[in-house]
Ligand binder design. Structure first.
Ligand code: HEM
Length: 214
């Protein structure tokens, strides 16, 4: 059994702060959008909390971005450019999640430090981190001060368009978070990936042990 240093400290700090902030943004967002459904605090206060959490999310995202931009670990986010290989490996992964896992078949994907994510997982993280999260942050800033950003809001089609995009991405996150947490339990033991996201180390039967310095 080998111990692989899979998640460097900045990724772990970013990830768990991000998880807490996102859950709180979803809860405060639900109170703002669906008035009466939940009641965490007075309305004015929940709007202020949502705004502050939004700015925290933006600042925290820079930890993730700056770490990956300054590290060779960014290779883990490189896409598979061969469409046939991508398709074949994705199908194999879906068959595993939908069937093989119930038959105790081995996971067809073996993670390594520069290839942490299986193909569907890699595409999902790219969609979330490079497209949906940035759009959510930009639309959030525009909605935060509609007067100051009136020209930008008009450029994107008006308040309704900006607000609809913000709410649609919020709905994606509300479904994404529990689904992502569920997939996190599909290691060899239900807690394996969670532990790794705290300690940094993932255990593997293949490859060689790697340490923090590597
Ligand atoms: C309660 C909420 C959450 C839990 C329990 C959770 C759990 C996990 C676990 C166990 C991992 C490590 C396994 C893996 O690499 O897939 C992980 C990685 C990851 N999670 Fe989460 N997560 C949560 C919220 C979020 C949110 C809200 C986002 C994005 C908006 C997110 C984005 C990611 C990304 C991008 C990675 C890969 C990180 C990297 O190595 O670069 N997670 N999560």
């Amino acid at each position: 059994m080998h111990r692989i240093y899979m998640h460097p400290l900045p990724v772990r700090v970013w990830h768990w702060s991000n998880a807490v902030i996102c859950v709180m943004l979803c809860l405060t967002g639900i109170q703002i959008r669906y008035v009466g459904l939940i009641n965490l605090m007075p309305f004015r206060m929940v709007v202020a909390a949502h705004n502050w959490l939004g700015f925290l999310l933006i600042a925290n995202t820079f930890i993730w971005l700056l770490f990956y931009l300054s590290s060779d670990r960014i290779r883990t986010y490189h896409s598979e450019l061969n469409p046939i290989k991508l398709f074949r490996e994705s199908v194999r992964q879906f068959v595993y999640y939908g069937y093989g896992i119930f038959k105790e078949a081995p996971n067809p994907f073996v993670a390594s430090i520069y290839r942490k994510f299986n193909p569907p997982q890699s595409m999902t993280y790219q969609l979330i981190m490079l497209i949906l999260l940035p759009i959510q942050c930009v639309t959030g800033i525009l909605l935060w001060d509609l007067t100051r950003y009136a020209r930008a809001v008009a450029f994107f089609g008006g308040v309704r368009v900006v607000d609809t995009v913000h709410v649609l991405i919020f709905i994606v996150f509300v479904f994404y978070i529990p689904f992502h947490a569920y997939l996190g339990t599909l290691g060899r033991t239900p807690m394996e990936h969670f532990k790794a996201m705290f300690t940094g180390y993932e255990e593997s039967d293949e490859g060689e042990s790697t340490d923090k310095a590597e």
